[in-house]
Design a protein around this ligand. Structure first.
Ligand SMILES: [Zn+2]
Length: 95
């Protein structure tokens, strides 16, 4: 086991605030108990929008296609705590 892995495990063990979610639980910030507002921050995003030029020279937007190249992180919308551990759950519950 490398030093960094050992540090990681130790950190998790000493942080009792990290909770495991059951399938029915709502995501709640362990720092401030906010369960309403969340932020998803995407790194290195390429936004591509396709436009079609009309006969009169005006443009119509056809497709809005965005691509995330970097990391996606998930934060509490209230206190800004890093809730990336809940991001997978957030995506599962996103409709
Ligand atoms: Zn919070």
């Amino acid at each position: 086991m490398s030093y960094s892995e050992a540090t990681k495990i130790k950190k998790i063990k000493t942080r009792p605030k990290v909770v495991t979610l059951s399938s029915t639980q709502r995501i709640t910030c362990p720092e401030c108990n906010n369960n309403k507002e969340f932020l998803e921050v995407s790194d290195g995003v390429i936004l591509t929008t396709r436009f079609v030029q009309n006969t009169d020279g005006s443009f119509s937007q056809e497709i809005d296609d965005s691509q995330v190249l970097g990391q996606v992180q998930f934060y509490c919308g209230d206190c800004g705590a890093d809730l990336t551990q809940f991001h997978k759950r957030f995506l599962e519950m996103l409709f």
